[in-house]
Design a protein around this ligand. Structure first.
Ligand code: SF4
Ligand code: SF4
Length: 287
């Protein structure tokens, strides 16, 4: 069987995406590797409690670095940088690494070749064992940029391990929203589950993230979580799914017991009721 990658995303945070991904991890009987690509809020580890087996620094791209002794204070680099990453302080150029985009343009304008590039640690990539398979996840440092690159690295490690272990599935908890890490999480996957909820902003969030899936040519289906919080809005989303030919994979009710289980650090497979198993079977058929 060939390796399949499935990503779970949402138009915004707080839809229960991570909880559902953790539930899917428990419900899948086949071998799998798990990946938490929500690097800005990596909560899979809180639920799956991995036993750490590996950790390595994540450097991302190289940023500009000024040799203060060589700098003659001409200011050409500061004038050149379109990202305002360089300022002049006490007659010397100073790089704000958090804003540097690594374009290397300043290296070329410096008349005395005082600028080079260096890699800086932006975060930590981690691997841990869980009862449901290995989990690759990461922690991005304060002000850490390049979360898209970090997601790509998490996915690469997860895929590599799945191939080594003969696991047919990589299950990815993607980030919410439409930023660079979402694009990095969805690109090249085999299937996407989009988790939404019946709120006022849900439909526009849903439309935008579906547009992304269409552009990236990744098939997808939709889950309406906590549908009973607003049956009227759920009905509007259902109708939209019909009109637009979007696949509605299932709807899940709000379960107080499930929320309580998550608060206690447990994965609420039992508490989510039979709808969850039906939903998972529906997803599996499409993978
Ligand atoms: S590498 Fe590019 S972004 Fe970074 S400081 Fe130089 S010019 Fe600015
Ligand atoms: S261009 Fe070179 S010499 Fe001029 S301020 Fe920048 S680092 Fe210093």
């Amino acid at each position: 069987m060939s390796l399949r990658e499935m990503v779970v995303v949402s138009g915004k945070g707080g839809t229960g995406k991570t909880t559902l991904t953790a539930c899917f991890a428990l419900l899948t009987e086949e071998k799998k590797v798990l990946a938490d690509a929500d690097v800005d809020a990596p909560n899979m580890a809180l639920l799956l409690q991995p036993e750490e087996t590996d950790r390595r620094p994540f450097s991302g791209m190289a940023v500009a670095s000024v040799d203060k002794d060589a700098c003659i204070g001409c200011g050409d680099c500061a004038a050149f940088c379109r990202f305002s990453s360089i300022t002049m302080k006490e007659g010397k150029a100073v790089v704000d690494e958090g804003f540097c985009e690594g374009c290397k343009g300043c290296l070329h304008v410096c008349p005395v070749k005082a600028i080079s590039t260096k890699f800086i640690v932006r975060g930590t990539l981690k691997r841990g064992d869980t009862p449901w398979g290995p989990l690759w996840h990461a922690h991005l440092g304060p002000g850490g940029e390049n979360s898209g690159a970090l997601v790509a690295q998490i996915r690469q490690e997860a895929r590599k391990e799945a191939l080594e272990r003969g696991a047919p599935l990589v299950l990815i908890d993607g980030p919410p929203g439409l930023g660079c890490p979402t694009v990095s999480s969805v690109t090249g996957t085999d299937y996407g589950v989009i988790v939404t909820e019946p709120s006022r902003s849900a439909l526009s969030d849903l439309s935008r993230i579906i547009e992304l899936f269409r552009i990236l040519d990744v098939p997808f289906g939709i889950v309406i979580n906590r549908w009973d919080l607003s049956p009227e809005l759920t009905e509007i989303i259902r109708r939209r799914c019909d009109e637009e030919n979007w696949t509605l994979l299932g709807v899940l009710p709000f379960e107080e017991k499930a929320a309580q289980a998550v608060a206690e650090g447990r994965i609420p497979v039992e508490e989510m009721g039979p709808e969850l198993s039906i939903l998972w079977q529906n997803i599996r058929k499409r993978l």
